[in-house]
Write a protein that binds this ligand. Structure first.
Ligand code: PMP
Length: 395
């Protein structure tokens, strides 16, 4: 691990210096990137330049600013497809939404309800984020109101790691399995939920929708190798502004995805910020960001395991990126015996550590106890982790 930090030290320092909010507050350690990521200067500049030189509505005027905005939105669709490794980036495959929550809901309302027939079964990951559970239940309700009964089954998990259980999933899949919702990286446990094994377990013909909210911007997300049908993510977690996100649709298993209704004015400045963020991330190299944040998470989990009184949640760490064992990405959640997560989060904030401390919007709220979540990005450093461990040790 030490070698990753040595090897990428200069790269990291150069990138970290590009985040004005980080450099303005050196006494703080921002450890809540799973909630939202900070923005590099390139993103802030791109939005400012757009708003001060070409702001107009898209698809409506015929003067230069409007034409430029229309072209920019169309090109942004291709940019998202290319960023996701689409071998034939096609603008019709990408649809802009306000974020992952709206994206998953849109797939549920505008595609799944068109796709299912009475007696079909769908598989839903209820121990993941509620944004990846509620929309599928809503689709079930909408269909029931039309007299179409579909069954929702629960994605099986391995209790020890919170990873999906591909063997039990394979048993659950039957002739009527018509759709699977899955998550790429868990927002509390940090585990890579291993989409390849999901595809193997469900077979080649069942559509899979991937919630990539915690993976886009953190690691390579490549639809050329991930055999999924939808990828949904939030721009704000990938260093763009809040209020923009995207759905990528493969459109080969089932009806063509076409969001319904009048979409209205697109979030043009959000789209500008997203393109700038994806350009920035590509230049920084998602594979390097992954190595850096995985190494930081390993430093934290190794340290936490040595501290008495702390319980580490989630997967067992495996550092080989292509290991069959589940890999922890840059999210680490833990509890301290005898201290509520809320109190621990507050104490950490008084020491300058900005973490999240609650039940983290899990779909089965209430089932899990609260925890403190540390979520990492490229602007975090091993020194921050060491300081955090020092404070946790001294409590
Ligand atoms: N899915 C996952 C895995 C998430 O972590 C989040 C945000 N915490 C969402 C979906 C929802 O994202 P948003 O709030 O940007 O819509």
């Amino acid at each position: 691990m030490q070698s990753v930090f040595k090897e990428l030290e200069d790269w990291n320092a150069e990138l970290r210096a590009q985040f004005p909010i980080i450099t303005a507050s050196p006494e703080l350690a921002y450890l809540d990137s799973a909630a939202t990521a900070q923005k590099p200067r390139a993103v802030l500049d791109a939005v400012r330049t757009y708003l001060t030189t070409a702001n107009a509505n898209a698809g409506r005027g015929s003067y230069p600013w409007a034409n430029r905005t229309t072209a920019l939105v169309a090109q942004a669709r291709e940019r998202v497809a290319a960023f996701l490794g689409d071998p034939a980036p096609d603008r019709s495959a990408v649809h802009f939404v306000s974020g992952a929550s709206e994206g998953l809901r849109t797939v549920a309302r505008d595609w799944l309800t068109e796709h299912l027939t009475a007696g079909d079964e769908i598989i839903v990951p209820f121990a993941d984020h509620q944004a990846n559970a509620q929309p599928w239940l809503e689709a079930q309700r909408l269909l029931a109101a039309q007299g179409v009964r579909v069954t929702v089954r629960e994605m099986p998990y391995q209790a020890s790691s919170h990873d999906y259980d591909p063997a039990r999933l394979a048993e659950l899949v039957g002739e009527r399995t018509a759709f699977v919702a899955a998550t790429h990286v868990h927002h509390v446990y940090g585990g890579d939920l291993n989409v390849h094994r999901i595809r193997q377990a469900v077979g080649p013909s069942v559509p899979i929708c991937l919630d990539a909210a915690q993976s886009v911007g953190h690691l390579p997300v490549d639809v050329g190798t991930l055999d999924v049908d939808f990828v949904v993510f939030s721009g704000h977690k990938a260093m763009a502004l809040p209020g923009i996100g995207a759905i990528w649709a493969r459109n080969t298993r089932g009806p063509e995805f076409a969001p319904g209704g009048w979409a209205g004015t697109p979030n043009t400045s959000g789209i500008v910020s997203l393109v700038a963020a994806l350009d920035w991330l590509d230049a920084a190299a998602p594979a390097r960001i992954e190595r850096w944040t995985v190494a930081l998470a390993a430093r934290l989990t190794d340290g936490l395991r040595r501290l008495p009184g702390y319980e580490l949640l989630g997967c067992q760490l495996s550092l080989a990126v292509d290991s069959p064992v589940q890999q922890r990405h840059g999210i680490v959640s833990f509890r301290r015996h005898g201290t509520s997560a809320n109190d621990l989060g507050f104490v950490l904030s008084t020491h300058g550590f900005l973490v999240r401390a609650d039940s983290h919007c899990q779909a089965r709220a209430g089932e899990q106890e609260d925890s403190v979540r540390v979520s990492l990005h490229v602007y975090n450093t091993p020194e921050e982790i060491d300081r955090l461990l020092g404070v946790l040790d001294a409590l």
